[in-house]
Ligand binder design. Structure first.
Ligand code: NAD
Length: 428
């Protein structure tokens, strides 16, 4: 198929900044939608960008000040939703991009949520549990008037987990003087977390990828999978692909990449990782290869589930996979999009592919507000339904506008947000 957008609105190539990378796709979709210039301006601008100082007394008695961020990109469709990331490299530009992505992601899966993202610039590996708890509680206390079940609802992201969400819920509840479970999602189940939340993102990656494989006539038994990143998303996706009968021939994490032509035993890899401080370092289940080699392996599905900007204009042409399933947020730079399209690679874009997490987060919020909890089967059935509908809607837009799936997803999302905005009107 020839893609109309390639010649119509060439993708910018100066997109080292993740916000620019997001905007490059936004611009293409907005142009095709003939978006009103005022609405374009409105949707481009984050509604709030907050920077907070987090002073902490460390275990050795010294005081350190960390920097925290929360960006509310847009809340016209409902309370803003988005994870919190702890990383020494995080910047406001990155958080802004991730917040906008959340607006589009929630709209793609048609959840009644807007988009936000938060972060604390810290290295959790260098912190004790007590220091992490202090950082989390102070960050939450600084953002008390921002967070709330009807306002802004955080969730886990890189280097944050159930325990961190539990501390956020407790800190918020202490200040509100009553237990407020719905202020945060991704909590431990005993604190009101939903069954299935931990598996949701990885499972979602596999739901949309397996539908796409079916459409392309790929039989799971003959399908070779490569996964970059072996954390929450990557390892669970690997387990689900293996359970479907696929062969997972490549896995990687921060310690390195591994190849096994016969397919890894994923249970063994997960057990190894868990017994070795969360990394595959020196894992003997396959041959050690480089990250570059991993991305360029001969395979059917490549699922980047680690970091941003892994697929670039330079390496996109060397990717041999038929399907690129974006488990991570922003793993593909905007200037790689045309190269992937020219090579006929089907992309399941991040805002659809990893939306299983936010969808089950939505279920958690719903269950907290009802005070009535679903079984895991109910959660996964509803997840499958929502993601299948979203995949169909994205493919329909892509076909209608003759654009790759990513631009189809942006068109779907921007149109839904713009329609909501038009009907609500501009106050002021
Ligand atoms: P995680 O911290 O559990 O795992 C990240 C993995 O990436 C780890 O295995 C880590 O070793 C690996 N990694 C780090 N640097 C790497 C490198 N240079 N090369 C290869 N691997 C590297 O995080 P996660 O929750 O699995 O999130 C992964 C991605 O998925 C992120 O982009 C995140 O934003 C996105 N995401 C997560 C969720 C969720 O529910 N957890 C939801 C949507 C999107």
């Amino acid at each position: 198929m020839e893609f109309r957008y390639l010649e119509k609105a060439p993708i910018k190539t100066t997109d080292q900044d993740p916000f620019e990378s997001m905007m490059a796709r936004f611009d293409v979709a907005a142009d095709l939608l003939k978006l009103d210039p005022g609405i374009y301006q409105y949707l481009k601008t984050p509604q709030k960008q907050i920077i907070v100082a987090i002073p902490i007394q460390m275990d050795d008695g010294t005081i350190e000040v960390f920097e925290g961020y929360r960006v509310i990109h847009n809340d016209v469709r409902g309370p803003s939703k988005g994870g919190i990331r702890y990383s020494p490299h995080v910047s406001l530009a990155e958080v802004k991009a991730l917040a906008a992505w959340m607006t589009w992601k929630c709209a793609v899966v048609n959840l009644p949520f807007g988009g936000a993202k938060g972060a604390v610039r810290c290295d959790p590996k260098m912190l004790t549990k007590v220091e992490l708890e202090k950082i989390t509680r102070r960050y939450t206390a600084n953002l008390l008037e921002v967070f709330g079940p009807e306002r802004d609802v955080p969730a886990p992201d890189m280097n944050t987990n159930e325990q961190v969400m539990g501390w956020i819920m407790d800190t918020y509840s202490m200040h509100m003087r009553h237990t407020t479970t719905a202020v945060v999602t991704g909590k431990p189940t005993i604190l009101g977390g939903s069954l299935g939340r931990v598996e949701a993102t990885g499972k979602g990656v596999v739901i949309v990828t397996s539908s796409t494989m079916k459409k392309m006539g790929l039989n799971p038994k003959d399908t070779r999978i490569v996964i970059q990143g072996f954390g929450n998303v990557g390892s669970i996706a690997a387990k689900e692909f293996e359970a479907m009968g696929c062969k997972v021939i490549g896995i990687s994490d921060v310690s390195g990449a591994y190849y096994n032509a016969k397919g890894f035993d994923i249970r063994q890899a997960i057990d190894y990782r868990d017994a070795h401080g969360g990394v595959l370092e020196a894992f003997s289940g396959g041959d050690k290869i480089s990250n570059t080699e991993l991305l360029e392996l001969d395979c059917d599905v490549l699922a980047p589930c680690a970091l941003e900007d892994q697929i670039t204009a330079k390496n996109a042409g060397k990717i041999k996979a038929k399907i690129l399933a974006e488990g991570a947020n922003g793993p593909t730079m905007a200037n790689a999009d045309p190269v992937l399209a020219e090579h006929g690679i089907t992309v399941i874009p991040d805002i659809l592919c990893n939306a299983g997490g936010v969808t089950v987060s939505y279920f958690e919020w719903v269950q907290n507000r009802m005070g009535y909890y679903w079984t895991k089967t109910e959660v996964f059935d509803r997840l499958e339904h929502i993601l299948s509908e979203a995949l169909k809607a994205v493919n329909t837009k892509a076909e209608q506008y003759k654009v790759p799936e990513r631009i189809g997803a942006y068109i779907l999302a921007i149109d839904r947000v713009a329609q909501t905005l038009k009907l609500r009107g501009i106050y002021g």
